[in-house]
Design a protein around this ligand. Structure first.
Ligand SMILES: NC(=O)c1ccc[n+]([C@@H]2O[C@H](COP(=O)([O-])OP(=O)(O)OC[C@H]3O[C@@H](n4cnc5c(N)ncnc54)[C@H](OP(=O)(O)O)[C@@H]3O)[C@@H](O)[C@H]2O)c1
Length: 237
């Protein structure tokens, strides 16, 4: 069997880092995406050290800033020098800038930066890596979204720019699923996870937060597509 290949964006820390670890443990060759080279290389070194004992799959650093189209293009070029096939893309990179701010106070800067990273970033990275995914016999795109983006039951007012970016990311998921009928394209909420973004009071460890993402990245039925998931169950948009 061919070794499976995954690419995870925003993976120098937090949930993305843990997704790389879990996929490498399953024998994937994982491309660890980070916008900061030092942080990305340090993350790869840390996992490679662990992997000496546990026999992880190969882990390769790939520099990518998902908010910058040039950086995405360069990352795809760099990737093509190492592989012509990708089995799973995990659009994990994300920012939370507005926290408890009221939507009436949201600035254009916060809105634009948040949507450029969390929404447009995931779409542009998907576009750039679809040619490699098309070489896979079971291509998957996993968009790391948030329950904060659900429209069912309305909004609670927390972090409006962030939540709207995730609502729109779910729209990207639905559109990609239609455009790519042979792919499994899904959104997933990891729950409230202890990371720099989630904070220390979050209810889930990174290990728990990454599990549902990894399931969609490798084990979920390939015909499940265009849906929103948490804990391996479909949740409303
Ligand atoms: N934690 C939670 O409770 C929670 C809940 C629901 C959904 N999520 C989602 O889960 C994903 C991961 O979040 P996390 O909790 O692990 O957050 P985190 O610890 O803050 O990590 C975010 C990662 O995204 C990277 N990133 C941010 N902007 C980027 C850009 N323009 N280009 C490339 N990478 C970029 C960060 O890189 P730097 O280190 O360079 O900043 C970092 O590696 C996000 O999409 C988030 O919205 C998290």
């Amino acid at each position: 069997m061919q070794q499976r290949i995954a690419f995870v964006t925003g993976a120098n820390k937090g949930i993305g880092f843990e997704v790389v670890r879990q996929l490498a443990r399953k024998g994937f060759h994982v491309f660890l995406g980070a916008r900061n080279s030092d942080a990305g290389v340090a993350a790869v070194q840390k996992l490679n050290k662990e992997g000496e004992k546990e026999e992880y799959g190969e882990i390769t650093f790939l520099k990518i800033d998902v908010s910058k189209p040039d950086s995405i293009r360069r990352a795809a070029e760099e990737f093509s020098k190492k592989s012509d096939r990708l089995d799973t893309l995990v659009n994990n990179a994300g920012i939370l800038l507005d926290d408890d701010k009221d939507v009436l106070m949201a600035t254009p800067e916060i809105f634009e930066t948040t949507l450029r990273t969390n929404t447009l970033g995931a779409l542009l990275v998907s576009q750039a890596f679809v040619p490699f995914l098309k070489k896979s016999d079971a291509p998957r795109i996993v968009n790391v979204s948030s329950g904060g983006g659900q429209l069912t039951d309305g909004a609670d007012g927390w972090a409006p720019a962030y939540c709207i970016s995730k609502t729109a990311l779910n729209g990207v998921t639905a559109q990609l699923a239609t455009a790519l009928p042979k792919f499994a394209v899904n959104s997933v909420c990891p729950g409230w996870v202890q990371t720099d973004m989630g904070g220390a009071n979050a209810t889930r460890s990174v290990g728990e937060g990454a599990t549902g993402i990894v399931w969609l990245a490798m084990d979920a039925p390939q015909n499940e597509t265009g849906k929103f998931w948490r804990d391996r169950k479909v949740i409303p948009w």
